[in-house]
Write a protein that binds this ligand. Structure first.
Ligand SMILES: [Zn+2]
Length: 174
């Protein structure tokens, strides 16, 4: 069972309830306290889940590659998105130190690398692709149908492997 989802639903319900409460009323204070508790539980549930994920990733893989967080996007985002971004930052933090513990390699790709604009099949960069709502796009060069998230992951993986090769750790003489 996903506890995060459970508390998200609860928060949504409490927010609706809060909107109906009169300002300055006792009920409003009560709902606010309930909301704070629900947020705390949501944060804890997320953190627990993140530890499970980071544990699994650092156990199963020798090379881990992620993108650096795009800070300006975080600032513009609504609250639920902010929590999501905070989780992402926390996951990266955990991956970083757990990789170190387990002697795994951890790489981060620079934010300016256009991971979601590049066709992983032919390398063509689709600069027109900016709208995050577009989940799929056809490459104008090789006509490959790209899923935004999957092709971005493939591109990030290859960028990470390039860093790995540059580091010299991948050569046979090591
Ligand atoms: Zn292509």
């Amino acid at each position: 069972m996903d506890y995060s989802e459970k508390y998200e639903k609860k928060i949504k319900g409490l927010n609706k309830w809060l909107a109906r409460c009169e300002k300055g009323s006792k009920n409003r204070t009560k709902v606010k306290i309930k909301l704070q508790r629900a947020y705390q539980k949501l944060r804890n549930a997320r953190k627990y889940l993140l530890h499970l994920i980071s544990k699994e990733i650092t156990e199963e893989n020798d090379i881990i590659v992620t993108e650096k967080l795009k800070i300006n996007k975080m600032v513009q985002s609504p609250l639920s998105k902010k929590i999501y971004d905070a989780s992402w930052a926390e996951l990266i933090r955990q991956l970083k130190y757990k990789s170190k513990w387990k002697n795994k390699l951890f790489y981060q790709i620079d934010t300016y690398y256009p991971s979601s604009q590049i066709c992983p099949r032919c390398g063509y960069q689709n600069k027109a692709l900016k709208d995050l709502k577009i989940r799929e796009w056809e490459c104008p060069n090789c006509l490959n149908l790209n899923d935004r998230d999957i092709s971005a992951s493939i591109n990030i993986m290859f960028e990470g492997l390039k860093l790995y090769m540059k580091s010299g750790l991948g050569t046979a003489s090591q």
